[in-house]
Design a protein around this ligand. Structure first.
Ligand SMILES: Nc1nc2c(ncn2[C@@H]2O[C@H](COP(=O)(O)OP(=O)(O)O)[C@@H](O)[C@H]2O)c(=O)[nH]1
Ligand SMILES: [Mg+2]
Length: 339
């Protein structure tokens, strides 16, 4: 039994770290109040800050490109290289380069180059809005999926806090029953957000947790249900089968649930995120994407790659560890902050 106690100790330590991170921040008195950003830092500032590594890669010494009277065609390859390095992917980079060369005559200085890039990027990442769906169904069920470590549990915690702050009541169901520590990490987030929490014991059937969570949410008149799921099982097939089973269980309780299947992707994995999106989309159908950890990487162009190649809207982006650092994705602001 030595293995168990060692594992328990490790889990306990991990959750102490989560609690410290969550509660410690609250006590520092830097919370957002009355719609004002904490520390007076506006959301756009956080976004710009979070994207700084990618922006540096794209724009540092952009003036030098024009040195000696060079024109777009002379430095097109250098732009292309920057886009590839920022992980926009080959196909998306090619599209942007073609469109840019079509307007090359008007790219005469760093300013016009930046705006041309912004416009071309924006054209690839804007989706028609369908957010109103959220108010139609009650409860609105969001099933959160993705591989281990991408930020599912953290994203659920932050989303719960945002919804509750907007006055929408939230219930979180802990359907990642693979490790007790995972359930406890989520419970801490639920407590902090003031959301209801439904859990079973470790290794319980995740579909049963999801079913009970939705049942409780209906009985209590909750508006939003967030379902956490496991990111790793013994095989990929097992994981996808489990996710399908969870979805079936939700449908048994409410025919049009889950209204959203939110795939969480880690921006630092770059193009690997595109493969993950394909895998999950083929298996269970993804309705939206949350892209986390943009703050830690110069691969922030992955957002553009995903929007353009997967045709799945990016709903949220994570640009840091704080609650305010998970933002609804705004294509215009993203393009502006990126360049
Ligand atoms: N810097 C940064 N870290 C993040 C972000 N989102 C999540 N994380 C961190 O990523 C790690 C894994 O997150 P977790 O929610 O446990 O991932 P899960 O396995 O998918 O549930 C944690 O240490 C989080 O604090 C983000 O947007 N930026
Ligand atoms: Mg988790």
């Amino acid at each position: 039994m030595a293995w168990f106690s060692r594992k328990d100790k490790k889990d306990k330590k991990e959750n102490e770290a989560v609690r410290e991170a969550v509660v410690g921040k609250e006590n520092r008195g830097d919370k957002k109040e009355n719609g004002k950003e904490k520390n007076g830092k506006p959301l756009f500032g956080r976004l710009r800050n979070g994207l700084s590594k990618t922006r540096d890669l794209l724009t540092t010494d952009i003036e030098d490109l024009f040195a000696g009277g060079r024109a777009f065609d002379d430095f097109a390859e250098e732009i292309e290289e920057r886009l590839i390095t920022a992980d926009l992917g080959v196909a998306t980079t090619m599209t942007i380069m073609e469109n840019l060369s079509g307007r090359a005559g008007k790219i005469k200085d760093p300013h016009s180059l930046r705006s041309a890039l912004q416009e071309e990027i924006l054209a690839l990442i804007e989706f028609p809005e369908d957010q109103e769906k959220r108010s139609l169904s009650k409860p609105h069920v969001i099933m959160v999926v993705g591989v281990n470590g991408v930020g599912k549990t953290t994203t659920i915690g932050k989303l719960a806090a945002h919804f509750q702050k907007e006055g929408k009541s939230v219930l979180i169901a802990a359907a990642d029953t693979f490790r007790a520590a995972a359930v406890e990490q989520l419970e801490i987030w639920a407590e902090r957000a003031g959301a209801d929490f439904v859990r079973h014991r470790e290794n319980a059937d995740p579909a049963a947790v999801a079913f009970d969570g939705l049942e409780a949410a209906k009985a209590r008149g909750k508006e939003i249900v967030l379902i956490d799921t496991a990111g790793r099982l013994h095989t990929k097939v097992n994981l996808m089968e489990e996710l399908k089973k969870i979805r079936r269980a939700l449908q048994k309780k409410m025919t049009d649930a889950p209204q959203e299947i939110l795939l969480v992707l880690d921006a630092t994995t770059g193009q690997n995120a595109v493969s993950q999106a394909k895998l999950f989309h083929e298996a269970i159908g993804v309705t939206g994407i949350a892209m986390t950890k943009l703050d830690g990487t110069a691969k922030g162009g992955i957002v553009i790659s995903i929007c353009n190649e997967m045709n799945i809207p990016v709903r949220y982006i994570g640009v840091g560890e704080d609650i305010e650092d998970l933002q609804p994705f705004d294509p215009g602001k993203y393009a502006e902050a990126l360049l």
